[in-house]
Design a protein around this ligand. Structure first.
Ligand code: 8YV
Length: 318
């Protein structure tokens, strides 16, 4: 039996399935692996199931020529924590879990949009504080989401799922900025420039993958272009948004608010953001639902299984 290492505790259904296929070792800690642990994992196991925060950088693979480990089956769609080129050079395949995360992440984008525009976090805090004086017609007025305009940055699987929800669920106009043209079965307008998109929308929703090219894609220029009543929503990766520029835009009232599920240096969230009532902050909840995490885990196991039996894994990152 092949030996595999799960770098975090996973849902029972995933662990049970893993035990049917492999000799399994499960790490009990919930924090990212340290460099020595990653090197040891490459040497000791045939396959590893890593996740967000396990930074398999070129440094980790440096002296690992043809290690025992043949596959890193990432739990999650985003794999910016893994240097895929360095892994491949060392003879290690990398896979991810696209599809399994799409709807849950899109649902969370809508959660953030609604929470921001309808001031749900602030309202919840008001009720809990005991300071709520009762309803009145001008209390806590927010912005109407239905019929407004959304701008999607990156129209991949998650971007399209957000767009569908906005169009079919909320009668919103959909605009988007993306590298390659997309065919959609509902009205959506592609805009050529990111700043042009930023100028035209009430919600700018970030769904692009984290890559060198998308680092700090959303910075001062974009905030400058946005309408003062618009919100920035990020469900992708923290470093796509330049947090400093975001804080400055919020402090100056350049934009109405922000809804964030991801941060530049998770789990560190700048105090400036925590102090703002018009910012909704969630702890990377994108896919945090049991059945979604089960599906992600089972998908990662199928990738491990294929790779370790000599087949091409279904979600191989080429
Ligand atoms: C995951 C995510 O839950 O799939 C992703 O890339 O961002 C999340 O929804 C988490 O990051 C594990 O990878």
């Amino acid at each position: 039996m092949k030996r595999v290492y799960l770098t975090r505790p996973l849902p029972n259904a995933v662990v049970e399935k893993a035990r049917e296929y492999f000799e399994v070792e499960i790490r009990t800690e919930t924090v990212p692996l340290k460099i020595g642990q990653m090197r040891a994992a490459l040497a000791l196991y045939d396959g590893v199931l890593p996740t967000l925060g396990d930074t398999f950088s070129a440094e980790v693979f440096r002296d690992a020529d043809q290690p025992r480990c043949k596959v890193l089956a990432n739990f999650g769609v985003g794999y910016n924590h893994i240097d895929v080129q360095a892994a491949q050079n060392a003879g290690v395949m990398v896979t991810n879990t696209p599809g399994a995360v799409t709807d849950a992440t899109a649902d969370l984008a809508l959660t953030l949009m609604l929470m921001c525009a309808r001031r749900a976090g602030e309202g919840d805090r008001l009720v809990r504080s005991g300071q709520w004086e009762g309803w009145n017609p001008t209390q806590m007025l927010g912005q109407h989401v239905s019929g407004s305009t959304v701008g999607i940055v990156g129209m991949g699987r998650i971007g399209q799922a957000v767009a569908r929800r906005c169009h079919f669920g909320f009668g919103m106009q959909v605009k988007y900025f993306t590298r390659s043209a997309k065919e959609m079965d509902f009205p959506a307008t592609r805009v050529d420039e990111l700043t042009e998109l930023a100028e035209q929308v009430d919600f700018l929703v970030v769904t692009v993958p984290a890559e060198k090219e998308t680092r700090h894609l959303i910075g001062a220029e974009v905030f400058q272009a946005m309408k003062p009543q618009a919100y920035l929503i990020n469900v992708a990766r923290g470093d796509i948004v330049q947090e400093k520029a975001l804080i400055s835009a919020l402090e100056k009232g350049r934009i109405a608010g922000a809804g964030l599920d991801v941060y530049e240096r998770e789990p560190i969230v700048p105090d400036a953001l925590k102090a703002m009532e018009n910012v909704t902050l969630l702890p990377h909840l994108g896919t945090a639902a049991l059945d979604v995490r089960e599906e992600m885990g089972l998908m990662a196991l199928e990738n491990l299984r294929a790779a370790l039996s000599g087949d091409v894994p279904p979600n191989l990152i080429a």
